[in-house]
Design a protein around this ligand. Structure first.
Ligand code: ASP
Length: 316
């Protein structure tokens, strides 16, 4: 089981072998997490610091639980109350924490590229928990694990990613990962919510949702990222739901056994009908959350193995 990187900054630098290594180990952690005693000592003696500069429910809880189940000393910084508010730069905060010798730093930041920058300044392993609209690698990995377990494979599948693609780091990381694993990716949404450089992604683009969903194996819905919008990207939520909200009628265009995914937080009645989200025969939204803990355990375990294999000085 080999993972070639010193950090997990995005899907972009990963090879299919790296991705498979994380998913294979995560499968083992799914089993551990279903036992009564959910404990291993893979990260015993190591210190994990979580720095979330943007709101998070699932990701932060999941990283914290993952570290604790693997026996790390875990500290979650309350960034709202930190010296950032007193004008300290991100880099100074990182250098201060670095001086306390953490081994794993988990960072979420509203600016694209901020986590990469930080990784260049510290000498521990850095995991990107979402940076602006750039990447959210552990989300794409947990989505991949969910798909692989539901469909029995992670190649030659037809996957529709629907909604606010332009502002979504989840979409970007998923497009990269699913492409590397040789799947057919379709992007479905209004032109105002498509990224401008869509041509470079090697995907098919659909404005009509029924056409876009025709015969796909996986339907991945996205939240409207209002916090990243500065104008009128959609006429109204009602109109948006009418054209792009996933309901039973639109879902009927996908394959009969197509699964429905959503990274959360979900806006019922905006991008997805509540009944579809709760339909245990179609929706794997709760499985995604479960896979999230296992994938983060696997990623931190593999990074820790690489840390231990390296001399203590400067990391690449
Ligand atoms: N939770 C995901 C993210 O942090 C998706 C979302 O917020 O809509 O990007």
């Amino acid at each position: 089981m080999s993972y070639s990187q010193s950090h997990l900054l995005g899907i972009e630098p990963l090879s299919p072998t790296d991705i498979t290594a994380i998913l294979d180990l995560a499968d083992q952690y799914v089993d551990l997490n279903r036992r009564d005693i959910k404990h291993s000592d893979a990260l015993a003696g190591l210190t994990q610091i979580n720095m979330f500069f943007e709101n998070s429910t699932r990701t932060q809880a999941s990283f914290e639980l993952a570290g604790k189940r693997l026996g790390a000393d875990v500290m979650s910084m309350a960034m709202q109350a930190s010296s950032i508010k007193k004008g300290e730069t991100l880099i100074d905060t990182a250098l201060t924490l670095n001086a306390m010798h953490p081994d794993l730093l988990v960072v979420r930041h509203p600016h694209s590229g901020a986590v990469d920058l930080l990784a260049q300044k510290v000498n521990c392993a850095v995991l990107n928990a979402g940076d602006g609209r750039h990447e959210h690698p552990t989300q794409a990995l947990l989505d991949a694990l969910t798909i692989r377990r539901a469909k029995g494979r992670l190649h030659r599948l037809s996957i529709a990613i629907c909604g606010d693609i332009a502002h979504s780091r989840v979409a970007r990381s998923n497009i990269l990962l699913l492409g590397k694993m040789e799947n057919r990716v379709r992007l479905v949404g209004p032109p105002t919510l498509m990224p401008s450089q869509i041509g470079q992604f090697g995907v098919e683009v659909y404005e009509d949702m029924r056409e876009g969903l025709r015969d796909v194996d996986v339907v991945m819905m996205l939240r409207l990222q209002r916090e990243r919008m500065d104008g009128g990207f959609i006429p109204s939520e009602r109109e948006y739901y009418h054209r792009y909200g996933l309901d039973a009628e639109k879902l009927s265009y996908a394959k009969e056994d197509a699964i429905v995914m959503h990274p959360g937080p979900m806006n019922r009645g905006v991008e997805i009908d509540g009944e579809i989200a709760d339909d245990i025969n179609r929706s794997v939204i709760q499985e995604q959350v479960e896979m999230g803990v296992a994938v983060r355990m696997a990623a931190m375990d593999l990074l820790a193995r690489n840390l231990r294999a390296k001399p203590a000085e400067v990391m690449a």
